[in-house]
Design a protein around this ligand. Structure first.
Ligand code: NAD
Length: 411
């Protein structure tokens, strides 16, 4: 099943509950605009390389479109389209005044020098600057991009349209960014993991956690849960998995990764395991925080965790979702679990527009407030209707976008 078909399936389950007409479903699922651009750049060795870049702008009924920019060799239009749609439901679930979008460039960042990465980013903006902006579509970091890339986007966009830091979020704090943005997605994952663990009757001290992916999201979720007394027994990145029965020293793992170009390769504080076996560990909480589609019909039966918190976007395939639901596994869906990043991006955008700086305490407090409110609404709706947390979250998102669309007038 393709990525967009998976989102469509989840959407339709919620749309059935909402009794949406076919015409309304089609309207809400169809992207406003899809852009594909050529990115021709000169590499350091003088060779010409031609890449493909995408920006899918899914919906703006509730505000400017908002979504990350992914640099990864597996990026294609179907994936970007599905992620753009997820952004629309995500911003609506946490009730921030945005729509949804997503961008991507099919490139392997590990093979790029810093200068090549910058040239590709600036060229992408050259091709797209007219369709993004603080009131239309606001990119942010995702896999393969970071605060520095966001600074280049702002700088390049400003060359065409004048100074306006609100064109992009996730910028460095020294360059119109907001404190707490980098940690926000992982912290939000941590906050809602603890809430769900509590609702399921467990205590952090008795919660063993396995986290796949130790990049921005995975490492910050690990830091938060480690500080909350959970036992992080496994972590992983593209180099493989690392397991320690009595808990990994997370600050030490982070120090190691920082000293080794953000890689855990060679980390000796734990036993080496494969990324596949990490997913199947006997733990209370499993957090996929790397790629999409890692839990499938093939490995779902082997998953032993009673709770999965989707830190990555779309890590559980729909057929696996059904199998896990039948076994009573609780899944906190991506559109709620990883919404902390876009929430703090929203604070950054507000700060940029007001020329007023927020402190870290305020950011953390507001993040917790927004995430908790969305969690409570989703949990309540799921219990009331006896449906999954995913269907409940989609229902909340779709109904908010649907109402805004109708209120504005459709034709
Ligand atoms: P990142 O690039 O910082 O980190 C990705 C991590 O995944 C790295 O540790 C990498 O080594 C690991 N990885 C890559 N391929 C892997 C593989 N095949 N097996 C195991 N590990 C692998 O990216 P990130 O920003 O942490 O994003 C991770 C996920 O979270 C993505 O799905 C992204 O869409 C989602 N997400 C990110 C944000 C954000 O604010 N950064 C917000 C919402 C959702």
């Amino acid at each position: 099943m393709k990525s967009f078909e998976a989102v469509e399936l989840y959407f339709n389950r919620a749309a059935d509950q909402l009794e949406l007409t076919d015409n309304m479903r089609k309207l809400l699922l169809t992207a406003k605009r899809e852009v594909q651009v050529q990115i021709a750049v000169e590499m350091d060795n003088g060779e010409l390389q031609t890449l493909i870049g995408y920006r899918v702008q899914h919906d703006n009924a509730r505000g400017p479109m908002k979504g990350g920019l992914r640099f990864h060799h597996e990026v294609d239009l179907d994936e970007v389209r599905s992620l753009a749609s997820l952004m629309t439901w995500k911003t609506a679930v946490v009730n921030i005044p945005y729509g949804g979008a997503k961008g991507g460039v099919a490139v392997d960042v590990r093979k790029l020098s810093e200068r090549e990465l910058e040239r590709i980013t600036r060229k992408f903006v050259d091709e797209l600057h007219d369709v993004i902006g603080p009131d239309t579509d606001i990119p942010a970091p995702d896999m393969g991009t970071n605060a520095e890339v966001m600074a280049w986007i702002m700088n390049q966009h400003n060359k065409y349209h004048g100074f306006n830091p609100g064109v992009v979020t996730g910028k460095p704090v020294e360059h119109y960014g907001i404190p707490g943005r980098e940690e926000a997605t992982g912290r939000g994952v941590g906050i809602l993991s603890l809430k769900t663990v509590g609702r399921l009757g467990h205590r952090p001290q008795n919660t063993r956690v396995a986290i796949q992916g130790f990049g921005n999201v995975g490492s910050h979720a690990a830091t938060f849960l480690h500080a909350a007394d959970c036992k992080i027994v496994a972590i992983s990145d593209v180099s493989g998995g690392y397991y320690k029965e009595d808990g990994i020293n997370i600050p030490e793992a982070i120090r190691y990764a920082n000293e080794h170009r953000h890689s855990l390769e060679g980390f000796s504080g734990a036993e080496k395991i494969s990324n596949d076996s990490l997913l199947e560990l006997d733990v209370e909480l499993l957090i996929p925080a790397a790629l999409g589609g890692v839990i499938t019909a093939e490995n779902a039966a082997q998953i032993r965790a009673p709770l999965i918190v989707e830190a990555a976007n779309a890590p559980v395939r729909p057929d696996a979702d059904e199998m896990l639901a039948e076994r009573g596994v609780t899944i906190l869906p991506d559109i709620l679990a990883n919404a902390g990043g876009v929430t703090v991006s929203y604070f950054e955008w507000v700060q940029n527009r007001q020329y007023y700086s927020w402190g870290l305490d305020r950011v953390r407090q507001e993040l917790e407030r927004v995430m908790t409110c969305a969690f409570e609404e989703t949990w309540e709706l799921a219990r009331e209707r006896d449906i999954s947390l995913r269907t409940a979250a989609f229902m909340l998102g779709i109904s908010r976008v649907g109402r805004a669309t109708v209120l504005a007038g459709i034709t």
